[in-house]
Ligand binder design. Sequence first.
Ligand SMILES: Cc1cc2nc3c(=O)[nH]c(=O)nc-3n(C[C@H](O)[C@H](O)[C@H](O)COP(=O)(O)OP(=O)(O)OC[C@H]3O[C@@H](n4cnc5c(N)ncnc54)[C@H](O)[C@@H]3O)c2cc1C
Length: 496
Amino acid sequence: MNKFDVVIIGSGLGGLECGAILSKEGYNVCVLEKNSLIGGCLQTYKRKGYGIDTGIHYVGSLEEGQFINQSFKYFGIMDKLSIKKLDEDCFDQIHYSGSTYNYAMGKENFIETLSTSFPSEREGLARYVQKLEAVGQSVSIDTLKQGKLTDGGFDYFFTSAAGLIADCTTDSKLQNVLASTSLLYNGLKGKSSFYEHGMVMQSYLEGAYRFVDGSGQVADALAGQIERNGGVVLSDSEVTRIVVQNDAIVGVELLSDERIDCDYVISSIHPQSTLKILDKNRSIRKVYASRINDLENSYGIFSVHLLMKEKSYDYLNRNIYIHRDKEVWYDKRTDAHELRNCLVSMQATSQDPQYANVISILAPMYMREVEKWSNTLPERRGASYLDFKVEKAAQLLDLVKDYGYDFDANIKDIHTTTPLSFRDYTGTVDGSAFGIVKDFNNPLATLISPRTKLKGLLFTGQNVNVHGALGVTITSLFSCAELLGQDYLTKKIGNV
Ligand SMILES: Cc1cc2nc3c(=O)[nH]c(=O)nc-3n(C[C@H](O)[C@H](O)[C@H](O)COP(=O)(O)OP(=O)(O)OC[C@H]3O[C@@H](n4cnc5c(N)ncnc54)[C@H](O)[C@@H]3O)c2cc1C
């Protein structure tokens, strides 16, 4: 059949969640993915027999009674997932300024644990956790039951993350320790909002989990559910044109020249990419298109995935953040070649839970560092690119070694990716990791509504609202509420 109610472009978390919701609610849905494997950043791909997670290393809000858990139950996938809670007393370990600090789960535990290092800052820590809760509680099961997606919290889009942390404590060391996960949200001191910081931190504080054997299981479970609901998920189906007639969406065209008719298109790809393939129309004004096209994108990530020798290195059930400099926030002006901070995250398999199978080391990297290879194709970028990656990986391995993590003797092979890999694989603009940069100085200019002026066109995914598993899930609900009504959808999810 070549006619659907809704075509969804992209099978990342955002696209698949929208597919799961709308197919469950009776819409005839088709999800189109350009790659042969579905999942986008959710995907777990194979290299030399090892499963490598593309872009989800740990997720919060999966505890019973929390937002993602409740949404996944509504999708019908929660009981199909294999998850592992990170260590409650240390889900993230921070190396900063010669010491290590542990983030513990739970409000009291978090305050208590950091108070051992900052005994005079207990009140400041309590103030900080209260602010996190204010952001976190803006999305809750109670709010859903009341027929609303969010309740408050919007003010924190207008609030500087670094500024609010500084209001909670004057101790600059503690300020940096509290901002240590900023590489997960394009941490720019002059731009990052407390909303992004709060969503990330609060969801992990409530319960941080890994997906055992990889996050790809979420993509598979969602796709399975869409198919059981009568929907279709097609891989190798790149959308090259969104067809508009009489100022309304009528379908899409694929690279294969196939045409699929539909009443609605939900685009989970970058809005800039969406506008590139959208037919000219009178509803999307030039001024809107210019605003979207002028938006800045986050930095990309250089990922070093260490494929470990069997049973050779103990699995650590926590993440490690390493900060070499006094300032943990990222500075765009910093010499591009300097590696200042990174995240180390381990994955064990269900067969061998005691040992690290893959160790991923992630560090921010701007596109400008790989610009000279930007006209090349994957696997054909030439020897200089391979040398660059080898050199960069060696620098990262040296950095982590300085902090006591010497993996050298245990590595079987190394696989690396750069922002160019993300640009060419998930189609993200500028190889950006987290999409459009949200700026607390002018949030309204950087936040994009899921609804557009063009009849039948909606946006979803990490570029709308906030990125990450929680941000994307909230946005999927916002996008689908445009068709189903917010009161109906939220009560249905809240009362599962
Ligand atoms: C390295 C890295 C680490 C991260 N770590 C975490 C983490 O630990 N926890 C967390 O919560 N978040 C993390 N994130 C963020 C998180 O992965 C993303 O915010 C989220 O997965 C984005 O989902 P999405 O659906 O918006 O986009 P994507 O996953 O990018 O999906 C978009 C999909 O659209 C497809 N596509 C593009 N163009 C077309 C086209 N023309 N036609 C058809 N299909 C197309 C792409 O191939 C892709 O599958 C990380 C991100 C990165 C990059």
